[in-house]
Design a protein around this ligand. Structure first.
Ligand SMILES: Cc1cc2nc3c(=O)[nH]c(=O)nc-3n(C[C@H](O)[C@H](O)[C@H](O)COP(=O)(O)O)c2cc1C
Ligand code: SF4
Length: 421
């Protein structure tokens, strides 16, 4: 639990933005630490455990296979914040599963929820500015429903969501090739493990059924039995064992609580805990994938709505938008009120008043690039009463760039000849 966050923020006089996955977690943090630095709380990020990409705070009381509706969970968070005297103007940042804002219309200007903001992690991965390798972006564009897995293999001990590629399937299968053992004969554990790869001089006693399973795995090449902190053995191939051992040896202690390695920067060079071969070195794999490593054999964090890339026409033919294009796309259709032009257009064409001029106006003002999607047939009337020969800021009828002269017709508002339509 990041109890020290508020204290560190106070030292530097900056706001802090705790990330929680439940009202309960926030209450605990607030009571133990944050209430002492209440004035610097900038917002509270609610990371939805069943939707968001990357790590989250799913608790043992919650079922990873039973997603819950985020609305009552965020409402409960707001209620806790109110009980603790935090103003409704301190935003809750909804993170996880946000694809576009019109799907969250009920959340915006909702008095019960108070101020709400939205955070995205998965969609911005597929933008021109995103630093991840092109192969990762293209892989995201092809995902299907169910291709993202909420799992607990991370060495941090937290649940996290990533693409179910070969890397994650290997970890899943490694955990499935697991049996309980005891060091002495006890109860059902009456059969001595005779698989060659189990350390010399060591004895392990298992049940009869598990002995047969271990022999089967050994026959398939999974000859090496590695001990886990839960008194179980997992079976891996010899080369996999070498890789695990190498990664543990190469550990540079990036996490204070790493379940995969027992190395620590102290006198004994040990955490005193047994390293867990069911996990992996997250530092190594994240660095590798970020620098062009194999996307199938590394951890590829992504949220559970990643399959929507393949379904959204915005990304047709593998198109990767700019961040600006993405932001324009996100806000479309969230408000049916008239645009700045005073007209009530189809809602998909006009963002809300606070978002600025409608897309057509913005495009004419060259705020958008030519590839930005627009809504055919909808012309902004905002500019209509004005004409090109009125120089007072008519965006629609401003001169076109020199390189792109367009067909000149008469201005529909004044019948004068504008630069272009
Ligand atoms: C590739 C990736 C890396 C992330 N890394 C972090 C991180 O280092 N720290 C963090 O607090 N959240 C991280 N997140 C979570 C995002 O900040 C964000 O809250 C989340 O992705 C929102 O859900 P979405 O993926 O459905 O948009 C990451 C998400 C992704 C997809
Ligand atoms: S370097 Fe790898 S093994 Fe070491 S603490 Fe970090 S994640 Fe764990």
């Amino acid at each position: 639990m990041p109890f020290k966050l508020s204290e560190i923020a106070a030292q530097y006089g900056v706001h802090y933005y705790p990330i929680v996955s439940s009202a309960r977690a926030f209450r605990l943090l607030w009571k133990r630490a944050y209430s002492r630095v209440a004035e610097l709380l900038g917002a509270v990020v609610y990371e939805d455990p069943w939707r968001a990409g990357g790590h989250n705070g799913l608790s043992n009381a919650e079922d990873p296979l039973l997603p819950q509706d985020p609305y009552p969970r965020v409402l409960a968070l707001r209620q806790v914040m109110r009980e603790e005297g935090i103003a409704d103007s301190v935003p809750i940042v909804m993170a996880g599963g946000v694809w576009n804002l019109k799907e969250w219309r009920d959340w915006i200007d909702n008095k019960d929820l108070g101020a709400i903001a939205f955070q995205l992690g998965t969609r911005p991965l597929v933008t021109k500015e995103s630093p991840i390798p092109e192969s990762w972006k293209q892989a995201l564009l092809k995902l299907l429903p169910g291709d993202v897995l909420l799992h607990r293999f991370s060495p941090t001990g937290f649940f996290s969501s990533a693409v179910k590629n070969r890397f994650l399937r290997n970890l899943e299968q490694r955990s499935e090739r697991q049996i309980a053992y005891s060091l002495e004969r006890a109860g059902d554990h009456d059969f001595e493990l005779d698989v060659a790869g189990y350390g010399t001089g060591r004895k392990a006693f298992v049940t009869r059924g598990d002995l047969l399973r271990a022999r089967e795995w050994a026959a398939l090449g999974f000859t090496e039995a590695l001990r886990t902190p839960d008194n179980t053995l997992v079976f891996v191939r010899p080369e996999e064992k070498s890789e695990i051992r190498k990664d543990q040896t190469d550990c540079m202690g990036c996490l204070s609580q790493c379940s995969f390695s027992s190395w620590a920067d102290n006198e004994k060079n040990s955490t005193g805990r047994m390293a867990d071969p069911r996990s992996f070195c997250i530092q190594k794999t994240l660095q590798d994938i970020a620098h062009g490593g194999d996307i199938d054999n590394n951890l590829m964090f992504a949220g559970h709505n990643a399959y929507r890339f393949a379904q959204d026409p915005f990304y047709s033919n593998g198109y990767v938008p700019t961040v600006k294009e993405l932001m324009d796309r996100l806000v479309t259709g969230i408000d049916a009120r008239p645009c700045h032009c005073g007209r009530s257009p189809p809602e998909s064409a006009h963002p809300p008043l606070e978002a600025g001029p409608c897309t057509i106006s913005a495009r004419s003002a060259r705020l958008l690039t030519p590839s930005t999607p627009v809504w055919p047939g909808v012309a902004c009337r905002r500019a209509r009463p004005r004409c090109w020969n009125s120089t007072s800021g008519c965006v629609r009828h401003s001169p076109p760039p020199r390189t792109r002269r367009r067909r000149s017709t008469r201005c529909p508002a004044t019948s004068a000849r504008p630069w272009a339509t």
